[in-house]
Design a protein around this ligand. Structure first.
Ligand code: R5P
Length: 305
C-alpha cells in the first residue's frame, strides 16, 4: 500500500465510524474521507462520496444495529465504484448476521448466506474481527478468499498483561475455547472454559470445572448482548471463591439493562474492544486491521465450535 503525497484518500468512513477510521488512518498513514449520509423522511438513505476516489479503497463502518447500515454500505460501494474505485474492501469491525448459518427451525432463512451474498456482490473483500462463526469455520468460506476474520487475542492479552498478577482467564462456554486458549497462551496465564446451556434470550446456566487457585478471574467473551452470559458466569465464579472479577468483551452490544445486571453479579470492571463505540471501550483494535491492510501476517480468529 505504497502512496504518493497527492494520492486520494484510501479510507472512506461513515460518520458513525469516523473516530475508528481516524485511529486506523493514523496506523496506516492514510487520510480518511467522510461519506456523507442523508436519511429522507420516508426512511430511505442517500450516501455521497465526498473526496476523490482512488482505484483501491477501503470503506469503514461497524455494523451493529445492522439493517439500515447494510443497505447504506451497499449504496456506498456502488458510489465508490462509480467514482473510480476498482477494488473495494469493506472493513467492518463488527460484522452481523454470521450466526444463522443453518436452518435451525423449519421456515427460517440461512441469514449468513443471504448477507454474505450481498456483501460479495458489492465488495472485493471483507475484513472484520472475531466474526461469530460456528459450523462454517472461516470467513473466507462465506465471503471469498481475500476476506478475513482477525483474532482479538493479541490486544486482549496485552490488556490483561498490564495488570499481571494472579489472574485466570475464563471463557463462559466451550465455544470460546480457541479464543481463550489463544489469550492465555499469549499472556502466559492459566485459562478455563465453562459449559453453558441457553434457556432463552436472557437466561443461561453455566458450570465451571475446578478453577486454578487465583484470586482474580477475567471473563472473556466475543459479544455481550443481554449480559446474561457474563452475569451468570460471574455468579458461578463468585460461588467458587473468586474474589475479584473483571470482564472483557470484544463486541460491546450491551442491550439496555445488561451492564447493571453484570455489575450486580459482582463484576468490578467491564471493558470492551473498540469495534462498537461504547463507554466501556478500552482496547484499541485499529493496529490489528492496519496489519491486514498493510499486508502483514495477521492472527486469524478461530470458529467458535
Ligand atoms: C454465544 O455464543 C456468544 O459467544 C455470547 O456468549 C452471547 O452472544 C452473549 O449473549 P448474552 O449477553 O445475551 O448472554
Amino acid at each position: 500500500m505504497s502512496r504518493r503525497p497527492d494520492d486520494p484518500p484510501y479510507l472512506h468512513a461513515f460518520p458513525d465510524s469516523l473516530p475508528f477510521a481516524r485511529r486506523l488512518g493514523r496506523c496506516v498513514a492514510r487520510a480518511v474521507a467522510p461519506i456523507r449520509l442523508h436519511r429522507f423522511p420516508d426512511g430511505e438513505s442517500l450516501v455521497r462520496v465526498t473526496a476523490p476516489v482512488g482505484r483501491e479503497v477501503c470503506l469503514v463502518r461497524s455494523l451493529h444495529d445492522p439493517n439500515v447500515k447494510l443497505v447504506e454500505i451497499l449504496l456506498a460501494a456502488d458510489a465508490l465504484r462509480r467514482a473510480g474505485a476498482r477494488r473495494v474492501t469493506l472493513l467492518a469491525p463488527y460484522l452481523p448476521y454470521m450466526r444463522q448459518d443453518s436452518v435451525f427451525t423449519p421456515g427460517e432463512p440461512i441469514s449468513q448466506r443471504v448477507v454474505a451474498g450481498a456483501l460479495r456482490a458489492a465488495f472485493d473483500r471483507v475484513l472484520t474481527l472475531e466474526a461469530h462463526l460456528h459450523r462454517v469455520q472461516r470467513l473466507q468460506d462465506v465471503l471469498g478468499r481475500a476476506s478475513c476474520s482477525l483474532s482479538a487475542a493479541p490486544v486482549i492479552a496485552a490488556w490483561l498483561g498490564r495488570d499481571g498478577g494472579e489472574t485466570v482467564v475464563v471463557g463462559p462456554d466451550e465455544e470460546s475455547t480457541a479464543a481463550v486458549r489463544a489469550i492465555g497462551e499469549i499472556a502466559a496465564l492459566p485459562w478455563v472454559v465453562g459449559r453453558k446451556a441457553r434457556q432463552g434470550d436472557r437466561r443461561v446456566t453455566i458450570r465451571f470445572p475446578a478453577l486454578p487457585a487465583r484470586s482474580r478471574a477475567v471473563i472473556v467473551d466475543d459479544i455481550a448482548s443481554s449480559g446474561a452470559t457474563i452475569a451468570t458466569a460471574a455468579r458461578a465464579l463468585r460461588r467458587s471463591g473468586v474474589r475479584t472479577l473483571d470482564a472483557v468483551v470484544v463486541h460491546a452490544i450491551f442491550a439496555v439493562g445488561s451492564l447493571s445486571s453484570i455489575r450486580a453479579a459482582g463484576v468490578r470492571r467491564i471493558v470492551s474492544c473498540d469495534t462498537i463505540p461504547h463507554r466501556t471501550n478500552a482496547i484499541a483494535t485499529a493496529s490489528l486491521f492496519a496489519g491486514a491492510l498493510l499486508g502483514g501476517t495477521v492472527p486469524v480468529a478461530a470458529a467458535r465450535s
